[in-house]
Design a protein around this ligand. Structure first.
Ligand SMILES: Cc1cc2nc3c(=O)[nH]c(=O)nc-3n(C[C@H](O)[C@H](O)[C@H](O)COP(=O)(O)O)c2cc1C
Length: 219
């Protein structure tokens, strides 16, 4: 049995009365999950909609709690880390992490960054050892697959694309997900939303076809 952690992050829903207001990234991720669970109906799915239920931002007290040895943590510090503990446990259970994300201001939405800040945690998801020289961080978890399903208003964010250097969504997600044990990275991308022309239609159709191919490849 495979466990999939499905995380949506758009501020938009997919059940609006006006369909054009619906989140493209969430709809694509829902399609992935539908195709996946049809083929693998024994699998366990853990779902979070960070757009509708944003995680708390970390704070000075949160950081102090993280760096306080377990035996010395106060009840208040343990309580402060409850959400982080729960989110890390969900990541730990997952074999596959599916993240759907809009591009906001050329990067990930704040809610997704808040989630990463809660889950990438010393001695839980990575270790830190200066004996390793210039690269002291090492992930604790391993063997996970990370699938990023993204939607953007503009286009050309891929390697070699006209906005490659403005792309801080996929590169950021791929880099930081290493510390969640993600060793394989896949991206499904829909672009041109703001142009609302035939290029957008093609990009969206390609994203749906890409999902079908990826589900077959990974199933
Ligand atoms: C606050 C905000 C910031 C955005 N910033 C960008 C951007 O930097 N680059 C881009 O290509 N599109 C940008 N867009 C457009 C979204 O990426 C696009 O509408 C996408 O489809 C949103 O994802 P969703 O459909 O899943 O909600 C932005 C949209 C919003 C609401």
């Amino acid at each position: 049995m495979t466990t999939i952690l499905h995380i949506d992050t758009s501020a938009r829903r997919i059940d609006n009365d006006v369909p054009v207001f619906n989140s493209i990234s969430k709809a694509l991720a829902a399609y992935f999950m539908d195709k996946w669970t049809t083929l693998n109906n024994e699998d366990k799915v853990i779902y979070r909609d960070l757009g509708l239920n944003p995680p708390e931002f970390i704070s000075q007290d949160w950081i102090a709690a993280v760096f306080t040895p377990d035996a010395q943590k106060t009840d208040k510090q343990k309580a402060l880390l409850t959400l982080s503990d729960t989110l890390i446990d969900e990541v730990d259970q997952a074999d596959i992490i599916v993240i759907s994300s809009p591009m906001y201001n050329y990067g990930m939405p704040a809610v997704l960054k808040a989630w990463y800040d809660q889950v990438v945690r010393i001695d839980k998801t990575f270790t830190f050892d200066l004996a390793r020289g210039d690269f002291p961080l090492e992930p604790i978890m391993s063997g996970k697959k990370l699938i990023l399903i993204s939607s953007s208003g503009e286009f050309g964010f891929e390697t070699g694309g006209i906005r490659e250097k403005m792309s801080h969504l996929a590169p950021h997600v791929e880099t930081v997900s290493k510390y969640l044990g993600a060793e394989e990275f896949y991206e499904i991308r829909s672009e041109y939303q703001e142009f609302a022309d035939e290029r957008h239609e093609k990009s969206l159709n390609d994203a749906y076809s890409g999902i079908e191919a990826l589900v077959k490849q990974l199933a």
